[in-house]
Design a protein around this ligand. Sequence first.
Ligand code: ZN
Length: 248
Amino acid sequence: AGRPNPARPAAPPPLVVIDAGHGGRDPGAIGRGGTQEKRITLAAALELKRQLERGGRCRVALTRSRDVFVPLGARIDIARRREAALFVSLHADSAPGARGASVYTLAETASDALAAGLARRENLADRAGGLTLPSVPPEVQRILLSLMRRETRSGSERLARLAVAALDGEVALLPNTHRRAGFVVLKAPDVPAALVEMGFLSHPADEAALNRPAHRAKVASALAEAVLGYLATRRAVATQHGATDGAG
Ligand code: ZN
């Protein structure tokens, strides 16, 4: 134990997929000052990528690295095809009266009206880009969700808890910071995923903050801490399994 098995080649560092919400013909929310959500999400995604790659403990892929439209299904496919360890979707939507950062995981039943409304609007993104999602009957939705492996779900929940803890004290938070709803982009059955609303462009204070690179760097730093915390505990579990396997 403790000595690496020479027969087993070293695995590459885990891959984290960062998803900059919206893009191209789909600008996302637009603040009163004219800020487009698609620009804020891309700037934050590039900053988070830079911070994560600096540590060398994970690889990072982006669902988009420029102002292009990417359908929700294609965003999920990138994470699944490349066997990502994690999927983090970045947004800064609009929600009347709401202010501060919040984190969302997938659930069949939304935790509250705000989360339900966000998911409903996000799931229309493909229509804004000129495509329509095939309509999925509710019973198929239920089956898809029940196919999500239990560990994927608990991984998503753990990532969300770590993200809320890391953001707490750094930036303003929406009350009940961790919420749940049926976001299409979180539906990969095998990749733990969370959607982060970094703030709401409908709130002038959030819009001003999200336009500042220093504020986005602070958000990215908290999310990087959460991602690395998640990967560290995941690796500890894997190492334990490895030690058991090698015991004979
Ligand atoms: Zn959005």
